[in-house]
Unconditional design. Structure first.
Length: 193
């Protein structure tokens, strides 16, 4: 089905179109969410929120970008929103522990159920280290790096999703790679001592 007709069917509430949308994007949205939030249950919850948002907002979709770009944007935004909320809760838990009114949240336990599609079990530890380093990147670098390197999108696709030029995306990727090299070098140097 041509994209314009497909979008029109979605906007009219066509159940078959919704089914096709889920079938076409369910795994891609989940992969994007788990790339940002490497915890299976949380990524599944975020992916569900993405589709709720898509279903609730498709009537407002104007077609200024491809449908896939719009859906990726929602997935990235929902993932980042989740991370911000989680970080706020961590700070609150840390303050409670200082004041003696609660338990500190163990920051390392979040990755205990790390399970990214395509990741081999024997590489689990290395991937946890990598994803921890990716999560330390500035937000704009983290988004670009994750969409390009983890989700496998082209620079052009990433540029459309984040509303930047291809050259700006390339620049962010360059800085992200440099920052990751430094973070990983520092980690392995520290581990070697």
């Amino acid at each position: 089905m041509e994209e314009n007709y497909f979008i029109k069917a979605l906007q009219e509430g066509n159940q078959q179109a919704y089914g096709e949308l889920l079938q076409a994007y369910e795994q891609r949205v989940y992969n994007t969410c788990i790339s940002f939030v490497p915890n299976k249950e949380d990524a599944e919850d975020i992916a569900q929120e993405v589709f709720v948002e898509v279903f609730n907002s498709v009537s407002k979709f104007k077609g200024n970008s491809k449908l896939s770009t719009w859906i990726y944007r929602i997935a990235v935004n929902k993932s980042l929103e989740f991370i911000r909320k989680r970080n706020t809760k961590k700070r609150f838990g840390f303050m409670q522990s200082i004041l003696g009114t609660g338990l500190a949240i163990d920051r390392s336990s979040y990755f205990t159920e790390f399970n990214h599609p395509g990741v081999q079990l024997e590489q689990k530890e290395k991937n946890e280290i990598l994803f921890n380093a990716i999560n330390k990147l500035p937000e704009n670098q983290r988004i670009v790096f994750t969409l390009h390197k983890v989700d496998g999108l082209s620079y052009k696709e990433v540029a459309e999703i984040v509303n930047l030029s291809v050259s700006a995306v390339e620049s962010l990727m360059f800085r992200a790679k440099k920052k990751l090299q430094q973070l990983l070098y520092d980690y392995y140097k520290k581990e070697g001592n």
